[in-house]
Design a protein. Structure first.
Length: 319
């Protein structure tokens, strides 16, 4: 998409519509005092949307009102990779300055804005949030954070994303689906690293430390069908009552958290197509679901479709 043939007084609205249809609903406003010229190229690689935007100085805003209007859409984790020009992202009270060659994370489920104060060239990657299989708390810690080439797993992730953006159009559906899985895995690792670093910067309360330890314990024992609040409490030398009280501020019970993480893991695995794709029952059992019927009911309640339908839809998206 390009604004070359769009009348000057309609270019801002054109870009707002183009970005909203391609990624998520946003408002786009020029920052230079001149009509906003640029072009946008977008591809889908499995369940990952990759878009390259080159344009004049602009502000992209995702407001609370736009999020409310977009209530039926699946939340995404966004990653901006700056090729040229600077970006300044604000989310959750944090302000991230992103120079050329840098990367920034954001969560489309919460308001944010991005200023590009000069002509810019950026790659935007959007991945369904639930497929990263990271705790909500970790994502909140990591979003609105700028990452340089020297931080965490960025030396691996940044070159990979740059090559992927340049070559996304050339991959077959099966290869694209596997590459999308690699993107999700690397982003999960980055979120985990950023969250751990941010948590280490502050003292935190005893409850916060327990919540983090329990969340990590759950992630490491999802395949165990006996992963119950009682077992988790024993492993952390606290009472079940104290365990539940510690998670009240998270807005989820421990049992629901275990179930949600298992469903996320199953959805992620079912979304990856390959010649030797496991059966739905095998995936459910691998992630701690004992009863296939119970798994199917729970999956449908969470995702709106049966596991087999989810697999088919992911395959269609990849194609």
């Amino acid at each position: 998409m390009t604004s070359a043939s769009v009348p000057d007084d309609e270019k801002a609205a054109f870009w707002s519509g183009a970005m909203s249809r391609t990624l998520v609903p946003v408002e786009v406003a020029p920052l230079s005092g001149r009509p906003l010229d640029g072009h946008l190229v977008s591809h889908r690689l499995g369940y990952v949307r990759i878009s390259t935007l080159e344009a004049d100085p602009a502000r992209l805003s995702r407001t609370a009102a736009l999020i409310a209007q977009d209530h039926g859409a699946e939340p995404q984790v966004g990653v901006g990779v700056q090729v040229s020009g600077r970006a300044v992202l604000e989310q959750d009270g944090r302000r991230a300055q992103v120079p050329p060659g840098g990367l920034v994370l954001y969560d489309t489920a919460r308001p944010y804005s991005v200023d590009y104060p000069e002509r810019f060239h950026t790659h935007l990657f959007h991945v369904p949030r639930r497929l990263l299989a990271v705790p909500e708390r970790d994502l909140r810690y990591a979003s609105g954070t700028a990452v340089s080439l020297a931080e965490g797993c960025a030396p691996v992730l940044l070159p990979f994303l740059g090559v992927l953006a340049a070559s996304a159009h050339s991959y077959s559906a099966p290869v694209g689906d596997r590459l999308a899985g690699s993107v999700a895995d690397l982003l999960s690792a980055l979120v985990t690293q950023l969250a751990a670093g941010r948590a280490a910067d502050g003292p935190g309360s005893p409850n916060e430390h327990l919540v983090r330890r329990v969340s990590e314990y759950i992630d490491h024992h999802l395949s165990d069908p006996e992963l119950t609040p009682e077992r988790i409490a024993r492993a952390h030398h606290v009472s079940v009552r104290y365990l539940h009280r510690s998670f009240e501020s998270e807005g989820v019970t421990v049992s629901r958290l275990v179930q949600r993480r298992r469903l996320e893991a199953c959805a992620r695995e079912l979304g990856r197509r390959g010649r030797t794709a496991p059966t739905v029952s095998a995936v459910a059992q691998r992630w701690g679901f004992v009863s296939p019927a119970h798994f199917s009911r729970t999956f449908r309640a969470a995702y709106g479709v049966a596991p087999r339908e989810w697999r088919a839809l992911r395959s269609d998206d990849a194609g």
